[in-house]
Design a protein around this ligand. Structure first.
Ligand code: A2P
Length: 317
């Protein structure tokens, strides 16, 4: 398994298991199967609503002797309604409690978007708090205190533009280890990936398969289906693998970590095997031409009329 090395020498497995959209009732079996197959990196978040079941699966694997805690890389994320410094430590404590862990390997600010505490999903614009009133720098300082307290080995961000990442780096005592963003051949974000590399910030690619299983309300009727892209299919046929494997191998090939979600044992195994698929120059060249700056997760849920957030300020584009 390929690893990405952090500044202090810690190693994050390049391929992890995504758990967004993995329902309670199925996520536990998926995590247990994944660990048995050889996954050593699990990506979680408080908002996914499934951390307790993931924690039970991890505990079963440790109890059986399949893995030790130290062999696993566990990431989770701070939700938007807990950005105020006094809520950060308790939010991490709650995640650790649900996961049954003493520490995380990585804790991320899930979005550069703040809500009123308790407004988990905003129902009205007054549920949003502007970053002018609750700056990321204040949230970051509270995350740094979580590192000091030994509750997480690393901290980082998610859905951050290069400009927002730069501002965190410039004010940070503990540098961000990672920026987790949507990345796949239709949204390659080369400038952002380069900006992260220049700062020594690892990049994790989410929705690498195009997240077809997300709620219909988040989907455009005419959205292109990444897993059915003819160029990806052609590469898959030539290399003797599946389209999903091409997508996962491409993410690893370009130096990012990647967290495909599956709850299906065959697809879990197939996705793990992608880590040993080698792309060639022709495949890389063809995939470069597929970029269309197409976000599947475009952030419009944070930008209703009257919100302090707009797509322009969210992505700094
Ligand atoms: P399932 O969980 O039933 O396997 P993303 O990681 O981009 O969010 O995509 C997750 C979606 O892709 C889910 O619908 C998942 O379904 C599906 N998926 C995961 N692995 C594969 C695969 N190897 N081939 C096809 N679809 C896959």
């Amino acid at each position: 398994m390929k690893h990405l090395t952090l500044a202090n020498g810690d190693r994050m497995p390049a391929l992890g298991l995504g758990t967004w959209k993995s329902s309670p009732g199925e996520v536990g079996a998926a995590v247990e199967t994944a660990i048995e197959l050889g996954y050593r990196h699990i990506d979680c978040a408080a908002i996914y609503g499934n951390e307790a079941e993931i924690g039970e699966a991890i505990a079963r694997c440790v109890a059986k002797g399949t893995v030790t805690r130290d062999q696993l890389w566990i990431t989770s994320k701070l939700w938007n309604d807990c950005h105020a410094p006094e809520h950060v430590g308790p939010a991490l404590d709650a995640t650790l409690e649900r996961l049954g862990l003493e520490h995380l390997d990585l804790y991320l600010i899930h979005w550069p978007v703040a809500h009123v505490h308790g407004a988990v999903l905003p129902k009205q614009t007054s549920d949003f708090v502007s970053l002018d009133d609750l700056p990321i720098s204040a949230t970051w300082a509270a995350l740094e205190a979580c590192v000091d307290a030994g509750k997480t080995r690393h901290i980082g961000v998610s859905n951050f533009s290069a400009a927002k990442l730069a501002s965190v780096c410039e004010g940070a005592r503990v540098q961000p280890a990672c920026n987790q963003v949507e990345l796949h051949p239709y949204l390659q974000q080369r400038a952002l990936v380069d900006a992260c590399a220049q700062r020594g910030v690892l990049v994790t690619a989410y929705s690498p398969l195009g997240s077809r299983d997300r709620a219909a309300s988040f989907k455009a009727a005419d959205e292109p289906v990444l897993l059915e892209d003819p160029s990806i299919a052609a590469i898959a046929e030539r290399l003797g693998c599946s389209p999903a494997q091409v997508l996962i191998a491409w993410a690893i090939d370009r130096g990012t970590s990647v967290i495909p979600k599956s709850v299906n044992p065959q697809r879990l195994a197939q996705n793990l095997a992608s880590a040993s698929i080698e792309l060639d120059a022709d495949a890389r060249q063809l995939i470069l031409t597929l970029d269309r700056e197409r976000r599947y997760i475009d952030g419009t849920f944070w930008t209703p009329p009257g919100s302090p957030y707009s797509l322009a300020t969210l992505w700094d584009e």
